[in-house]
Design a binder for this molecule. Structure first.
Ligand SMILES: *[C@@H]1O[C@H](CO)[C@@H](O)[C@H](O)[C@H]1NC(C)=O
Length: 221
């Protein structure tokens, strides 16, 4: 009898799952073997139009975009070199991309989020503190060393801080050809047109002079 009840439960769960709305956790699957992006295409769609198959060549599936270190001589001591679809057209429709990030000693990849992808971080050199915050403002973080991994769930705000003594390098792999990036500091202090002062003073519980001082620091960006 207990087992009959169990079977009924199983059937109900299976039915519930089968009829649930389709949950898509990454870019939609491609409909053909490949669709090398025609970056000059003028068609507006979700992604890029495909190059005609006859003009696709071996090198369309190759990228040397991440061979060289980015120049970290900026106030944050960070440089991300992206091999997303715009730099690597062979990724079009494949639902993945990769970024190389170089960090100077003490360098910070400031808190940011990727609206369209989870991020798998692989540290290649140095010691990097990777942290992300969940919707409940719980901070999860860990110092990640060479050949170790950390995963940042899709859309959550995260940072990478070089806590080692030398330079650090990590690769970030994404389940989207174009993960997108939102850096809250920039999207508050260096928007065009400017965010209304009243929004900023009320958001940060600061007066106009304090906000203006902050905005000056972000003006170059
Ligand atoms: C990142 O490095 C590249 C290559 O050295 C450089 O052209 C670019 O200006 C750097 N970006 C930043 C934000 O420093």
């Amino acid at each position: 009898m207990a087992s009959a009840r169990y079977v009924t439960l199983q059937v109900l769960v299976t039915l519930a799952l089968a009829t649930a709305p389709w949950v898509v956790l990454s870019d939609p699957p491609p409909l053909q073997d490949f669709c090398v992006a025609d970056l000059t295409g003028t068609t507006s769609l979700d992604g890029f139009p495909c190059k005609p198959a006859a003009s696709v060549v071996d090198d369309d599936f190759f990228s040397g975009a991440m061979i060289s270190a980015g120049d970290t001589g900026n106030p944050f001591g960070v440089n991300s070199t992206r091999a997303t679809v715009s730099a690597f057209p062979g990724l079009n429709t494949l639902g993945l991309s990769i970024t190389r990030t170089d960090l100077a000693p003490g360098g910070l990849n400031p808190p940011h989020s990727h609206p369209r992808a989870s991020e798998l971080v692989l540290v290649l050199k140095g010691e990097v503190m990777v942290g992300f915050t969940s919707g409940l403002n719980r901070l999860y973080s860990k110092v990640v060393k060479e050949n170790e991994l950390y995963v940042v769930p899709r859309g959550l705000q995260h940072f990478q801080l070089n806590v080692g003594t030398g330079d650090a390098v990590f690769m970030a792999m994404f389940d989207a050809q174009s993960p997108g990036v939102i850096v809250p500091t920039f999207s508050l202090f260096s928007t065009k047109p400017a965010m209304p002062m009243e929004v900023l003073t009320k958001t940060f519980l600061m007066d106009e002079d304090e906000i203006s001082a902050l905005k000056t620091k972000f003006a170059p960006f």
